[in-house]
Design a protein around this ligand. Sequence first.
Ligand code: ZDP
Length: 282
Amino acid sequence: MRVEFTKYQGLGNDFILIDNRDQDQPCLTPEQAVQMCDRNFGIGGDGVIFVLPATGETDYTMRIYNSDGSEPEMCGNGIRCLARFLAKLEGQPAQKAITYRIHTLAGPITPSLQPDGLVQVDMGPPYLVPKDIPTTLGQGTDPVINQPLEVGGQTWSVTCVSMGNPHCITFVEDLETIDFQQLGPQFEHHPAFPQRINTEFIQVIRPDYLKMLVWERGAGPTLACGTGACAVLVAGVLTGKSQSQATIELPGGPLRIRWEGEQEPVYMTGPAEQVFSGVLDL
Ligand code: ZDP
């Protein structure tokens, strides 16, 4: 089988994009995606993203496999890449402002290409009810804010937010002191998170500037995580540590995030770039 693909990256979070507009199901199996994502035996990527035909009132559908073959509901950096990929597939002129409505497993998400080349995404509102995240932490329908969680022999104060996919956010004094490689997998597989979890450690530099390290569910340490940066800003507002608009600095670069609270959507603005395209014989 010949598979045409295009590689994109958003702040170094890299994806293999596949034009799957002629079929309702992804043309690859999760196992094939794992092989493609392998950085030594494949193309290399943090995930494989498929552009499928519209569902309901949307323009297109996005599906994604993580590099371990699991399927997340949403992908923030990935949907910026997908918007750029769509503009290319449709032959749209560069710098044209275009908004797409994309169906995802986390509901409709709306990326807009800006004339400056960045992509702004209406990520929808966050989910804060513990059973929707899902987590066993907290009580009833109250959001999980600054709750104690035992990991690696230490008690952490964690805040949980879903952007369609689950995130656990921990604010720390100094990111340098965090044994990330050890702690990441222990958070990811902690029994408090039945669907596993994406884990973010945050150092507040200023209320409008936060530094973030992320251990992604199904992908491990990545250079950036868009849904993660959105979840972090929401957690920052809920805990009083950040303003409603802030820059989140990730290892791969900065994202601008804004959330006005309650039922309001989270807005994320950042880059997405094509790296190369090719054909794979499977
Ligand atoms: O929820 C998960 O399993 C994540 N690994 C999905 C990918 C998230 C991503 N890094 C993002 O930018 O939101 C693509």
